[in-house]
Structures are given as C-alpha cells and as structure tokens.
Design a binder for this molecule. Structure first.
Ligand code: CA
Ligand code: CA
Ligand code: CA
Ligand code: CA
Length: 573
C-alpha cells in the first residue's frame, strides 16, 4: 500500500463517517415523526402532540431556530427587481402550529414600479402589459411548507388542507408530506398582485404590500394538523423601463411631440422622457462630455425610482453620442445598482456630420480672411453660400455642434469605442432618408419636412424648402471639405484681400440622409456598425426626416429589439 492510497483510504473513511453521522441525524427527524404510525394509518399531528404531553412522543418540530431565519432546507431566491421574498415575520419559522395559533400571515413587498395603479394597489393596465408581452400573466409564489399531511389517512379525520390566499383570494392548498419540508409553488393572477408606486426625486419606489395567508387545517372541525412556513417569494417577468434621451438643442418633450411615446403609452410601458430635465423654453446644447456627466447624475436616480436593475436607453441624434460617452464612463462602470442593457440610437451621427464640418470650416475661414476677405464655395449646391452666412448670423455654432464634426467624432470614437466594450448594452441603430418620393431632392409636395419645420418653428415658404433642400444636398454629395487660401490684390497697389475657398470633396455615391445625418453615419459605418445587433433604415415611402425619425412607427420598429434583449438579460428573462 503506497502512502498515497493510505491517505486516500483514510480520507474516505473520514468522509464516510461524516456522511453516516449526517444521515443518522436526518434519519432522527424522520423516526421521531413516524414513530406514531400503527397498522398503516397515520396519527394526526394533534394525536402526536397529545402523546407528547403524556411523555411518550416527540413534538415534530424539526429544527431549532438559529441565528438566521432558515428553518427549511430551501434557500429563498435572491431578491431582484422582479423577485421579492420575505424570510422573517412573526408567523414564519414558528415550528409546527395548529389552527388555533394561526393563520400564518405575512407580507411580500413588491418594490418595483411597473405602471399606473388602481386604488387597491393592483395594476391599472395589466391587460395591456400582458398583451404587449411586457409582463407575465402570473406571478409565481413559492414557499416551503413543513409537515403538510395532505395525503394523510388518519381514521375519521380529513387530510391536512392548508388554504393559501394572496390578498384575500384563495390560490390553492399546500401540498406536502409528514414531517418533511416541501417547496410549494402557486401561479397567481398578476392582476391580483399589488405593485409599487414610483419613487419621487430619485428615491426607491413605495412597495406594494401583498398579504400571503395560510389558513391551517380547513377541512376538519376539530383541529388535527399543524404546519409551518419558512419564507415566501413572489416572482414575475417584466420589461425593464425605457429612458428617452433627446438630441442637441432639443428638450424633454421631443419624443412626445414626435409621438414615439404614443406607442409606449398604448402598450403602458414604463418609461421616462425627462432624462436631461430640459423644458421646451430651455433647450440645451452641451459638449458630449458635459451631457455624459448629466446622464451619469440623472440616470441612476431614474432607474432607482422604478426599482429596476436593468434599463433601456433610446437616444436621438447627438443624444446617442452623449449616451455612448456615459456608457463608457468610469462612473457607470463602477455602478453596481443597475445595468444599461440596450442603447438604441435614432439618427445619431456616429461618424459625425459634414454639415458641422461646414459650419466650423466657414467660421475658421471667416476669422482668417477678416472683414475684407471673401469665402468662396466650390462644388457645393448653389444656395450654400447664403445658407452658411444666414446660419452664422442667426443661429451661430453651439457647443453641441462643435462636437459633431467628422473630425471631432472620429477623435471621440478613438477614445470611446474600446471602453464601450466594457458596457453590458446591446447596440441598435436607426438610420433615415427623408426623400419619400425618391426624386433626389426635398419636396413640399409630398411634404418631406413638416416635422422639421415644427421642431424648428420654421415658416412654411419657398426659402425654407430651399434651405432644407440645400442641407440635404450637401450631405448627399459631400464627403469632406478642403480649405485653401489665396491672396487677391488690386493690380499696381498693395491692396490685397485673402480669399478662402471651401471645396466639396464628393462622396463616391450619393448618400441618403435626414437633413442632418447621413445613413452611413447613423449606422456608424466607421464606428458602431460591427457592434450593432439590430439596425433599420427608414427610406423610400417609409422615409423619415431628422425629427420624425422618433415617431410612432419608429417606436414600433425599435420596441421588439428591446423585448428581445430584455428576455436575454433584463426583467423578462
Ligand atoms: Ca405530521
Ligand atoms: Ca401537519
Ligand atoms: Ca424564514
Ligand atoms: Ca423628394
């Protein structure tokens, strides 16, 4: 015998000793419970109790209460945002109790906001939520019951019938065996479950309190049977809430005006469009980094107010870059409270916009040539010169747009894409072309830019159409812009002025666009495309402009992506 086999043998002996001891211990419980059985008939728990009083029987309480409230061999599921348990209550872990010490009553608090509540705390729109697949039809109530003699055959006595009710409605009877802990499970109509009120100002939701009641031994007039419950847990499936992030120079009501929220309301989904907290009177424009910090401050509060652990983001235009910066931020990666499981961008310039390039290049050129100089345009649409001059004079260049040049976004992508790999989010993109009748220009008939006029409070006239079409044509044709300078002097004098020439370097193919973002940029051809799970381009008769790319039809296209991701890593799993 080698020393190794000797070692193994002694280890095995030691193990078998431990196991025998364990078996002996657990057998001890069973023996105490079955000792009353004679001629194939059970004694009732009451008969056993009476025998115990005479000194010959043991009361079938199994385990003594230790530091925890674990009296059964079953652990409750860990609490999530769609599973809640109660382990500790005056009527739990009691040892076997009879009807006269009952009923067993305890509460399960559901700390999750799903939607509007009725006055009794149940969901007002449960049917809509179930129909849209955002909520399970039932909640599963599970609990370990002890010594449920539901199959007992004691003489002249009905078997143990312990009726379980949730919020006053019976859902069934406990099932079990003499002196054993058995895990019971009940499917409870979700419409009977009380859910949480949404928390205010970033606080957690106020939980819906569900009363679980077990009426002991309901089938006999004289009490015959006892039972005990260790814990109860209620679980369901629910779609994670959706946060809507607006774009540059916009406000929180954008998704309402464009009717993206109509689809969410129709399905009664939980969402919040006040992520930045901007009113219509105070639209914001910020650098990406500034907005990422605002998101890092506001999103955790919003998620907490839903009682959710997972959340979906939908972002329009530059909001998608703000969201990407946030997803790549250390602030979020250190967050253990929740996960962003999807980001769906609507016409986000993932590769920048050449219109921003044009604004910035024109601004730089104007500074360079001064007031006596001149700016010329080569290869741009006819109206470009007037348009850029007007834009400079009346709109200026806001901070947001400075971050949207192709160069600026390329730098951003260089920093962002790798860090984005640490995010748990699934990425989806929506791109759009606004040319509904596919004639290569922006038209008033059919009206291809009604929503843009409304968003920008633009008048409806020939000039407006011309401006929007010029933007469309620039994006359609220009890949990037070359700037050259030359001096122009009056002959035989020293009087010179500088002339800047902005030249369009054309795209190899004409690009569909929505007036601000091209299809390839919205898809992230140079950046996000390889990381994107779902994508859709609205074009032709289904075309969209930069505003109605957030309309109801788009919501209908995007929502199935969120449901699919949620079944994988959200509250629908
Ligand atoms: Ca029993
Ligand atoms: Ca019993
Ligand atoms: Ca317990
Ligand atoms: Ca057209």
């Amino acid at each position: 015998m080698t020393s190794e086999t000797r070692f193994n043998t002694s280890t095995r002996n030691a193990l078998s000793f431990v196991m025998c001891a364990a078996l002996w211990l657990s057998a001890g419980y069973v023996v105490s419970a079955q000792s009353g059985s004679k001629s194939g008939r059970s004694l009732t728990d009451a008969q056993e109790r009476n025998s115990k009083v005479k000194g010959s029987m043991k009361l079938p309480t199994v385990m003594t209460r230790v530091a925890t409230t674990r009296t059964s061999p079953f652990e409750p599921p860990e609490d999530t945002d769609h599973s809640f348990s109660t382990d500790d209550a005056p009527k739990l872990d009691t040892g076997c109790i009879f009807r006269s010490s009952g009923p067993i009553v305890f509460n399960i608090e559901i700390k999750r906001f799903i939607g509007r509540l009725r006055s009794d705390g149940t969901l007002a729109d449960a049917d809509k939520l179930i129909a849209s697949g955002a909520l399970s039809r039932t909640a599963k109530l599970i609990m370990p019951g002890f010594d449920v003699d539901s199959g007992a055959t004691a003489q002249g006595v009905q078997p143990e019938r312990d009726r379980v009710s949730v919020n006053g409605e019976a859902v069934g009877f406990l099932q079990g065996q003499n002196n054993r802990w058995i895990l019971n499970s009940f499917e409870v109509d979700i419409r009977k479950i009380k859910f949480a009120e949404r928390g205010t100002d970033g606080s957690e939701p106020t939980g819906g309190v569900n009363e679980i009641r077990i009426d002991i031994d309901t089938a006999n007039s004289d009490e015959a049977w006892c039972t005990s419950v260790d814990w109860g847990s209620a679980g369901f499936r629910a779609l994670s809430p959706i946060l809507l992030i607006h774009g540059n120079n916009s406000d929180d009501e954008f998704y309402v005006r464009q009717k993206f929220t109509d689809e969410l309301d129709e399905r009664s989904l939980a969402y919040d469009n006040k992520v930045f907290g901007d009113s219509k009177d105070n639209p914001t424009t910020n650098f990406i980094s500034v907005n990422a910090n605002i998101l890092a401050k506001n999103i955790p509060k919003l998620v907490r107010s839903f009682g959710a652990k997972t959340v979906h983001l939908v972002a329009h235009s530059k909001g998608g870059l703000d969201a990407r910066a946030y997803l790549a931020s250390p602030a979020l990666q250190n967050n253990k409270d929740f996960k962003v499981i999807s980001l769906s961008t609507l016409s986000t310039p993932h590769d920048g916009s050449v219109l921003a390039d044009l604004s910035i290049e024109r601004e730089a050129a104007a500074e360079q040539v001064g007031t006596i100089g001149r700016i010329e345009y080569e290869g741009f649409p006819a109206f470009t010169r007037q348009l850029t001059a007007l834009a400079q004079r009346f709109v200026g260049i806001d901070n947001g747009r400075r971050n949207l040049t192709t160069g600026s976004v390329a730098d951003f992508n260089g920093r962002n894409l790798q860090r984005l790999g640490g995010s748990s989010a699934t990425f989806n993109t929506v791109a759009a072309d606004m040319d509904l009748n596919e004639n290569g220009q922006v038209d008033r008939e059919p009206d291809e830019f009604l929503e843009i006029r409304k968003e920008g409070a633009l008048s409806d006239n020939f000039i407006t159409t011309r401006i929007v079409d010029t933007l469309y044509q620039i994006l359609r044709t220009t890949r990037n812009i070359n700037v050259t300078y030359r001096d122009q002097c009056i002959p035989l004098t020293n009087l010179c002025r500088q002339i800047a020439t902005l030249t369009s370097v054309d795209n190899p193919t004409l690009l569909g666009n929505d007036t601000l973002v091209t299809i390839p940029s919205a898809l992230g051809a140079l950046s996000m495309q390889s990381r994107t799970r779902n994508t859709f381009t609205f074009d032709g008769v289904n075309g969209r402009n930069h505003s109605d790319v957030a309309n109801r039809g788009v919501a209908q296209r995007v929502l199935p992506w969120l449901f699919s991701t949620d079944r994988e890593k959200g509250g629908l799993r």
